[in-house]
Design a protein. Structure first.
Length: 417
């Protein structure tokens, strides 16, 4: 069933939120209220001889999942997965160092391994921020990046200082302040990522059931991340109210990161969910000939003939305006018109043009790679009147910009005589 209304989308996301909330309540009920001692004894602090499997298992899960996504990113040559992979491997290393520093008695010793664990967890947070930010924008927002840096970097500098100097004990109030800063930074990152993920999830909601479900999975992951951040931030207050009560946040974080990452494993070729924001794509040569045009939204499909006729001429005109009129050293690479952007990448003799709601850093990189692969087929300029083979376009689209069944089906531009 195709659901397209805003009301359906709201109900869908509220339904996911309710499921996550129920899971969190049940998790706290069983691990922190009904069986806290059993959870500690048989899960957190369980020993198999001298081996402590808790942190090691978590590190292995992150490493395995990171490797799986890395394989897909290499296979499909997707640069847009770089930072989510870095976040997963940083988390894996963080928990690996935590395992090396593990103390079954429960008291975590302050060592270089402990400082490395904290440092890598902060780095993973920053990578997660960059992943969503650069899949949404051409560059990170300066004001937001500054706030997050102010929150995360002081503790990171302290971690690096401790690792290098061997000094691990500092003023308790100072360390508490640094920890609060990191928690504030985590909240800011969560809010920023949540807004982006919600927009993406709503965008894929109307596409097809598979992408709708994957968007919902990622939305659920960020909601789990919210509870992880909330419990981390409120831990001190909870201890004041009830010193014996504690929430084991690590499993919640693991679930959150895996749910956020699953869509990139299942559908890595969908440009990390950037594609729902794309309205039309096309290939134009330096003479203004449109070799390929595809409308990927209803609004452009309805006016396809007009759009296609103007596509090639406008692309070359924009480049001329940049170089000749504005005396720029390079042509136009992105034009913004309110809620639309025309994104242009050039590799002689072709322009790859994308019309979208917004440009992004990784979208530019994928477009550049698309043109590089196209050049392997056309090392020389096509002969006059020759258009790019439809089979080549199909191969490139399957690799870089797949057109699932829900997109409007159009064919390569045939030669006009």
């Amino acid at each position: 069933m195709k659901m397209s209304s805003n009301k359906d989308s709201i109900q869908y996301h509220l339904y996911i939120s309710l499921i996550v909330l129920v899971i969190i309540i049940l998790y706290i009920l069983f691990t922190s209220i009904l069986f806290p001692s059993g959870f500690r004894k048989y899960i957190v602090y369980i020993q198999i001889g001298p081996f402590s499997p808790y942190f090691f298992t978590i590190a292995a899960i992150f490493a395995i999942f990171g490797t799986m996504i890395l394989y897909h990113s290499i296979k499909f040559e997707l640069t847009s997965l770089t930072f989510i992979i870095c976040a997963l491997f940083s988390s894996a290393l963080s928990y690996f160092f935590g395992w090396l520093n593990w103390n079954p008695a429960g008291e975590v010793p302050k060592t270089g391994l402990y400082e490395a664990q904290i440092l890598l967890s902060s780095i993973a947070l920053f990578f997660l921020f960059l992943h969503f930010e650069l899949n949404e924008r051409e560059s990170p927002r300066a004001w937001l990046t500054s706030i997050i840096s102010i929150c995360l970097f002081p503790l990171s500098f302290k971690n690096i200082f401790s690792i290098l100097s061997g000094i691990y004990e500092f003023n308790t109030t100072f360390e508490y302040f640094l920890g609060i800063l990191v928690q504030i930074g985590a909240i800011v990152i969560f809010i920023a990522n949540f807004v982006i993920a919600l927009r993406i999830s709503k965008a894929v909601f109307v596409r097809n059931e598979e992408l709708r479900n994957l968007g919902g999975i990622q939305f659920a992951g960020l909601f789990f991340l919210f509870f992880h951040v909330f419990f981390e931030f409120s831990e001190g207050l909870i201890k004041i109210i009830n010193p014996k009560f504690s929430v084991f946040n690590t499993p919640i974080l693991v679930i959150a990161m895996l749910l956020i990452s699953i869509p990139y494993y299942k559908k890595p070729e969908v440009l990390s969910f950037v594609s729902p924001n794309v309205k039309a794509i096309g290939l134009v040569d330096i003479n203004g000939i449109t070799h390929y045009f595809k409308a990927t939204s209803e609004e452009f499909e309805e006016r396809r003939n007009i759009s296609e006729e103007l596509f090639g001429g406008l692309t070359v005109a924009f480049q001329s305006v940049g170089k000749e009129v504005a005396q720029a050293k390079k042509g136009v690479d992105s034009l913004k018109f309110g809620d639309r952007a025309i994104i242009i990448e050039y590799l002689n003799p072709f322009y790859f043009v994308v019309i979208a709601e917004r440009s992004s850093y990784f979208l530019h990189l994928e477009m550049k790679q698309y043109l590089k692969d196209l050049k392997t087929y056309y090392k020389e300029f096509p002969e006059y009147g020759e258009v790019i083979s439809e089979d080549i376009i199909k191969q490139l689209n399957e690799k870089f910009y797949p057109m699932p069944p829900y997109y409007f089906a159009t064919e390569s531009k045939n030669e006009k005589t």
